[in-house]
Design a binder for this molecule. Structure first.
Ligand SMILES: Nc1nc2c(ncn2[C@@H]2O[C@H](COP(=O)(O)OP(=O)(O)O[C@H]3O[C@H](CO)[C@@H](O)[C@H](O)[C@@H]3O)[C@@H](O)[C@H]2O)c(=O)[nH]1
Length: 275
């Protein structure tokens, strides 16, 4: 996918309201921050999360990336953007459900194209507290390149997450840590802030992971590129409305992809030692 093209990879009609007041923003040193929120069937959650976000960080810019949700989330997103007097809420409509990773890539391309200094990932369902976003931005201001809102560092918490999901998540993190050797405690987390230079450097056009292993993929690329990756504790709260889109296919993709990346990196290290 070519970076800089908000519609690449998917013929997306857009409802993009101009980001020309982007000058007024941020929360992060030396530039402006954009929160990308991917949505699929989040009609009950979206208005609340955007309201909370704007209350927590009044200057923040938001991009909602909706994959033609059948429940009408896209239309609600348009309404939120239309009602936003400061034109800081934007909407990217994609033609079909194409996975969390693909939605984020489209959002990143949109944000990079518009020169945002910091690009943030956040779920629409309230699992990630907008009131804690300043922790991530503080770490960016402190010099980090990628900040992960982590459930598994001291101070991190899980609230109401079903035990089955916790076991799966902890297992996936342990597996990824062992397979990749990356010292990140919550490499699957979806609440993060990237300095734009990271996204420009880590070859997003070669990202293949479509589902949630996208999170591992990008963190791993960032670590390998030598960037400063930090974790700050967050409280992850189970959604109250709607359903998770986690599926068997998403888990299988993650398992196989991580095994492949681990193997590739071992081969690479072995080759480097022999040279
Ligand atoms: N546009 C789009 N959005 C999607 C898609 N799939 C999921 N989403 C959106 O992505 C967000 C996260 O999806 P959930 O399905 O609610 O995630 P979860 O099960 O709560 O998973 C959480 O934990 C994972 C494992 O740690 C994380 O990887 C993930 O990011 C998230 O934080 C939600 O806003 C959801 O609407 C998709 O195909 N397209």
């Amino acid at each position: 996918m070519a970076l800089g093209s908000p519609t690449s990879g998917n013929d997306q009609p857009e409802n993009i309201r101009p980001a020309d007041d982007a000058q007024s923003v941020v929360g992060a040193q030396g530039g402006h921050a954009l929160v990308v929120i991917p949505t699929f069937n989040e009609r009950e959650n979206l208005p609340t999360i955007v309201t909370r976000l704007q209350a927590a960080l009044p200057d923040i810019h938001v991009l909602i990336v909706d994959d033609s949700s059948p429940d009408g989330t896209g239309e609600i997103a348009d309404q939120i953007a239309a009602d936003d007097a400061d034109s800081r809420v934007h909407v990217l409509h994609r033609t079909e459900k194409d996975g969390l990773g693909k939605a984020y890539l489209a959002g990143f391309a949109w944000g990079l194209d518009r020169e945002y200094a910091v690009i943030i990932e956040m779920d629409a369902d309230g699992s990630h507290a907008p009131e804690q976003l300043h922790r991530l931005l503080d770490a960016i201001n402190g010099g980090a390149d990628l900040v992960i809102g982590s459930r598994y560092v001291p101070g991190g918490r899980l609230v109401n997450w079903p035990k089955r999901r916790e076991v799966l998540s902890r297992g996936a993190n342990t597996y990824a840590r062992l397979a990749l050797g990356a010292r990140v405690h919550d490499i699957t987390a979806g609440f993060r802030a990237y300095r734009r230079q990271v996204l420009e450097k880590i070859a997003l056009e070669s990202v293949e992971s479509a589902g949630y292993c996208f999170q591992i993929d990008l963190a791993w690329r960032t670590v390998r590129a030598g960037f400063d990756v930090r974790e700050v504790p967050i409280t992850f709260t189970e959604r109250e409305v709607g359903e998770s889109k986690m599926s068997g296919g998403v888990m299988t993709e993650a398992f196989l992809m991580v095994a492949r990346w681990g193997l590739e990196s071992r081969v690479e290290r072995f080759g480097a030692r022999r040279r």
